[in-house]
Design a binder for this molecule. Structure first.
Ligand code: 6R9
Length: 650
């Protein structure tokens, strides 16, 4: 198996010359041809008002917008003055178009249970849930936190919030108690929607129990709505807790979607930045709706009979935009799977595809690499002939994994679309529209409509083709974040203030002669572990919160499956000894298992400059087991490096 580290991956990407064209058959039926892309892309930049009006006009608005874009850098308003409702567009509108009996969600639990909702059924359920939230006192603009397994009720809860104008904040079910209470407090949520437990690798994950502990520390929280998923015993506070199924049963299924201002907040989603605590990325109604609607239909070449499966959990932006909003806005049949990819074995994804006749699969490189490690034989046991398109998201995909995905899963028949975007961008920014473009394994591709990317230096100097630089976007787009919830200053500084006048994405990239962008990775202190964003500072704060640690520095180390793994260098507090097992458990408790350091190196010093700045560059080299390169003369004590390199990780 050709496993190399990420630096070799980057090298391989830069020297990758394969070009894979879509089949003639695919091209002949594709929604978007190359000519069509060129024409519309040009229109989207030259006549943006007309372009975006045409797209938005395909959706339902209770009041038309007066102005397409009002741009007061760094604040954008899209479809100004317009009123609409995202849930109405995803459900009522599709039922009215005659899709009432079409399957909206086909859900499979980890235990094999299958539940299906048609558009009409989903609408009824969402109307009931909207009435439940209203009865709990939720008002437009109020925040509702979701801490749920990947079950249909998660989508129902999100859409119910959208329907009444409440702002959802989904917290991934793998996050810890303290991560949950921090997010509830930052958002000042009034209601928490959770479940008794979810399933992960056959084990119930005690969500309600975690929520109960988190709620000891969340003064704004009034009510907890609890879905019964696993049937496990839970503690109950009758004043506060409400069973979802009881409330839903009692609720009316009549509800008119609230007409909401285009800029009414739709959701907050917390993500890691390079400094401090996670930031609540805020998206709004009209622009996000239009962005996810357009990209889902074009990037995934969506057709009426597709069975579309995005494997992302709703705890991440991909789960928001491409498991829920984008596909439902397009009236697609969405597959949802609750559990782990290797439960009961590494054939689970392929068995789901065979069983539900999935036509479009959208997943992450880390999953592809894990499947690849287990060989071609397992997918070979299943009938994957229903597939016609594959997508990748979350981190750079190394060409080997790309080729494996294309060959073994796609049978050399399905185009692979690599899609670059972020929590902040809301929808896909760079890709190769299938049918319109050939793919180059490892390269994300070209800009989507309305996206004007460039490569720049930190000083804002624009770079030409083949130069590596910082990836920026030169103009606002409808689905971009509007602010960081409660911290507009951080928004100003992080995105449009870092390099003057442009959106700074935090990624490094290159562009080739055909205009394809290849993402090299983050250029800030953000790690990407199995496609999940983690701030090094966040993990460091968790480590130093343990009594045995006086100081900590966290870096990423190239990992063949996860992309990056977490390496922690820690200094021991006088009078204590560091117990690596306990420290890992501590980080799990503070943030979640996904942030647990893979290696811990206990030391007596860190490489610091005379001014006290930790030189992470050297720590990254040590973590990767590489020789020290670069100027060490600014270090207060260069001998620290040798001592660290000689310390075996725990
Ligand atoms: C959608 C999502 C964003 C960061 C982004 C970049 C990395 C995402 C990528 C990719 C290379 C791709 N990233 N997609 N890198 N190729 N196709 O993942 O959002 O969780 O906010 O992460 O992920 O580094 O800046 P988010």
């Amino acid at each position: 198996m050709p496993h190399t580290n990420s630096h070799d991956h980057i090298d391989a990407m830069l020297h990758e010359t394969r070009v894979i064209a879509p089949s003639e058959e695919f091209q002949a039926r594709a929604r978007v041809t190359r000519e069509e892309y060129e024409r519309r892309y040009r229109q989207s930049l030259e006549q943006p008002d007309q372009f975006w009006s045409e797209v938005a006009g395909e959706l339902h608005w209770t009041k038309p917008w007066e102005q397409v874009l009002d741009w007061q850098e760094p604040h954008a308003q899209w479809f100004v003055g317009g009123q609409t409702n995202v849930a109405y567009n995803a459900l009522d509108r599709n039922v009215q178009r005659g899709l009432g009996d079409k399957r909206a969600i086909v859900w499979e639990g980890e235990d094999g249970e299958v539940r299906t909702y048609t558009y009409a059924e989903l609408l009824r359920e969402v109307k009931r849930a909207a009435n439940v939230l209203l009865a709990l006192g939720v008002q437009p603009g109020d925040r509702v936190t979701l801490y749920m397994p990947l079950i249909p009720e998660a989508a129902v809860a999100m859409l119910a919030c959208a329907r009444i104008g409440a702002v959802h904040s989904v917290v991934f079910g793998g996050f810890s108690v303290s991560a949950l209470s921090d997010r509830i407090n930052d958002a000042q949520s009034k209601v928490l929607i959770t479940a008794d437990a979810g399933y992960r690798r056959g084990q119930p994950v005690p969500l309600k129990k975690n929520a109960d502990v988190a709620a000891q520390n969340t003064p704004t929280l009034e009510k907890m709505l609890v879905v019964r998923r696993a049937g496990v015993e839970v503690a109950w506070e009758p004043e506060r807790d409400v069973w979802w199924h009881e409330a839903i049963e009692a609720a009316s299924d009549e509800h008119e979607a609230a007409p909401l201002d285009s800029e009414h907040p739709l959701f907050i989603l917390y993500t890691s930045g390079s400094t401090g605590k996670p930031k609540g990325v805020q998206h709004t109604t009209g622009g996000y709706m239009v962005g996810t609607y357009l990209t889902t239909q074009t990037v995934f070449d969506l057709r009426d009979d597709d069975v579309y499966w995005c494997t992302a959990d709703v705890g991440w932006i991909t789960g928001h935009s491409y498991s829920v909003y984008g596909p439902l806005l397009n009236g697609a049949t969405v597959v949802m799977y609750e559990g782990a990819p290797n439960q009961p074995d590494w054939g689970r994804f392929w068995s789901l595809i065979e069983k539900h006749r999935v036509t479009i699969l959208y997943t992450a490189p880390t999953a592809i690499r894990a499947f690849m490690q287990h060989g071609d034989e397992i997918p070979g046991r299943y009938d994957l002939s229903s597939l016609r398109l594959l997508g990748s998201v979350g981190e750079p995909i190394n060409p080997e994994a790309w080729m494996w995905y294309w060959r073994v899963i796609g049978g050399e028949r399905c185009p692979v679309v690599d899609t670059w975007w972020q929590t902040e961008t809301g929808s896909i920014m760079l890709t190769t529209l299938p049918g319109a473009f050939s793919s180059k394994p490892g390269s994300a591709g070209v800009p989507m409509y309305g996206v004007e990317p460039a490569l720049m230096t930190r000083e804002g100097e624009e770079l030409g083709a083949d130069d590596g630089g910082l990836l920026v976007i030169k103009r606002p787009w409808p689905s971009m974040l509007r602010t960081i919830y409660g911290d507009d200053e951080r928004y100003r500084k992080s995105y449009w203030g870092e390099i003057k006048g442009v959106y700074f994405a935090g990624d490094g990239a290159r562009r080739d002669a055909d205009g394809y962008y290849t993402i090299v990775g983050r250029v800030d202190d953000v790690l990407n572990v199995s496609g999940h964003r983690l701030g090094t500072m966040e993990i460091e704060s968790a480590l130093v919160a343990h009594p045995s640690v006086s100081e900590a520095a966290v870096v990423g180390k190239p990992d063949p499956i996860k992309g990056e793994s977490v390496v922690a260098f820690v200094l021991t507090q006088d009078g204590y000894t560091v117990d690596p097992t306990e420290l890992r458990a501590h980080v799990s408790r503070e943030i979640g298992a996904l942030a647990r350091p893979d290696s811990i190196i206990v030391s007596d010093a860190l490489p610091k400059t005379r001014s006290g700045k930790i030189m992470r560059r050297f720590l990254r080299q040590i973590a990767a087991g590489k020789p020290i390169e670069g100027d060490t003369s600014t270090l207060e004590d260069p001998s620290v490096l040798e001592r660290l390199a000689a310390t075996p990780p725990a």
